[in-house]
Write a protein that binds this ligand. Structure first.
Ligand code: HEC
Ligand code: HEC
Length: 378
């Protein structure tokens, strides 16, 4: 994206210097800089699927295949890929989804707060994007239901892409490559916000992550693990740290939000999460329990990106959890039954903390982060 934005700027400045260029020539220069490079035969997005083990996993079935009503076609996801990486989707032509959701970082932002069109940083950290088949509610405060609803919000958001949804079809029409892409995806050239939302949602559905060293280890008795990674695995699952009681199952997540004790009073600290919407003290500091897949690639951490490294995260869980009236019971000394008790204190040695970090890094999926079919076509 950076490259194509720069190419666009260069194209603009070159053409505006050479006064004898006709508007037609100028337009050509811009288009040339921006044409997406797509394979002659589309990638086969529609045939990609989660492994059988995921599709039959009882816990994941319980959560439901809640995003699975989104039907992916090859042409639909191809259009979604172009839209995801296209800066012409923003008010000033400089910001795309991929400005804040970077493939190498599992589609998260390596900055704590992202900067879009307005230059005003976002309120929260841009988390990684993947495994939407198992998610229904989006954003750290889970305010938006449904992926096709979600994907239009950043386009219109004044600090993200700041393009009004009403203006969007006209804007996209300016790019000659869209007419054939919409035709292929939806049977006619018409551009409207429902189609844009559908195509983006289809592309996001193809961001699947299930192949990491951890997954390889699960099928070979963790023979591929170092001693430290094995120690970290035992700590993660041993029932004392309780990590896996919230970041659970194959997707290492929960559909439920929790208070993990970052603040004594989140609202006073500036962001109450779900509590900021419901105004109920019970929800103060309740945030989405994101998946730990790819966690080594998505620094910084937590809803506000407050922790720069996984070491900082582990130190926080070991001895930095704050008193909070609704601190989750899994993180309190009393355990189940009564939330809001004294935060637990894990007496983890330096070696154990490093081991936990080493284990968390085995969740990284370099297949997803290097797949060409998810990469920038510009
Ligand atoms: C300027 C940066 C920026 C841009 C541009 C941007 N996002 Fe985001 N995105 C964020 C931030 C920050 C969050 C978290 C916001 C929150 O939770 O309140 C987020 C959250 C999301 C989520 C929720 C994920 C989850 O697990 O709940 C999805 C999905 C998403 N973005 C998709 C997109 C798409 C699609 C586009 C392009 C149409 C896009 N984003 C453009 C910064 C950005
Ligand atoms: C009570 C449930 C719960 C338990 C137990 C728990 N977590 Fe979390 N975890 C959460 C929630 C909720 C968040 C998001 C909090 C926020 O951003 O405000 C989170 C965030 C994280 C993040 C940052 C994710 C990101 O993308 O920024 C990491 C890493 C993490 N937890 C690791 C662990 C580890 C390691 C353990 C065990 C020592 C653990 N968690 C135990 C609920 C839990």
């Amino acid at each position: 994206m950076r490259f194509s934005a720069i190419a666009l700027l260069i194209a603009f400045s070159l053409t505006s210097c050479e006064k004898q260029n006709s508007p037609m020539q100028q337009e050509e220069a811009v288009q040339q800089a921006l044409d997406p490079e797509l394979p002659a035969t589309p990638f086969s997005y529609s045939t990609q699927a989660f492994p059988e083990e995921w599709l039959t996993d009882p816990a994941l079935q319980l959560f439901g295949n809640i995003g699975s009503e989104i039907e992916v076609t090859d042409a639909g996801a191809t259009l979604g890929r172009v839209l995801f990486y296209d800066p012409s989707m923003s008010a000033d032509g400089t910001v795309s989804c991929s400005s804040c959701h970077v493939q190498a970082n599992a589609f998260s932002d390596s900055e704590a707060k992202s900067v879009g069109v307005s230059g005003v940083p976002t309120v929260r950290n841009a988390m990684g994007l993947f495994n939407f088949r198992y998610q229904r509610r989006f954003f750290w405060d889970m305010r938006t239901v449904g992926l096709a609803q979600q994907v239009l919000e950043p386009i219109a958001h004044p600090d993200e892409m700041a393009l009004s949804i009403e203006e969007m079809p006209e804007r996209l029409l300016e790019q000659p490559y869209y007419a054939p892409l919409f035709e292929a995806a939806f049977g006619s050239e018409e551009i409207n916000s429902d189609r844009v939302a559908s195509a983006l949602a289809q592309f996001l559905m193809c961001m699947r992550s299930y192949s990491s060293r951890y997954d390889a280890g699960r099928s070979n008795g963790f023979a591929n693990f170092s001693e430290s990674e094995r120690m970290g695995k035992d700590l993660f699952f041993n029932g004392e740290t309780r990590c896996n009681q919230c970041h659970s199952g194959l997707n290492l997540f929960s559909t439920q939000p929790f208070v993990n004790g970052l603040e004594m009073d989140y609202a006073a600290a500036g962001d109450g999460g779900i509590g900021s919407i419901s105004d109920d003290p019970y929800d103060d500091g309740r945030f989405k329990t994101v998946s730990l897949r790819n966690i080594g690639l998505t620094a910084p951490y937590m809803h506000d990106g407050r922790f720069a490294t996984l070491h900082d995260v582990v130190d926080f869980y070991a001895d930095g959890i704050q008193h909070h009236p609704y601190l989750d019971e899994r993180l309190s000394v009393n355990g189940f039954g009564v939330p809001g008790q004294e935060p637990y204190q894990l007496s983890l040695s330096a070696e154990e903390r490093s081991a936990l970090v080493d284990f968390l890094n085995t969740f990284n999926d370099t297949l997803m982060t290097s797949s060409e079919w998810l990469s920038n076509p510009f």
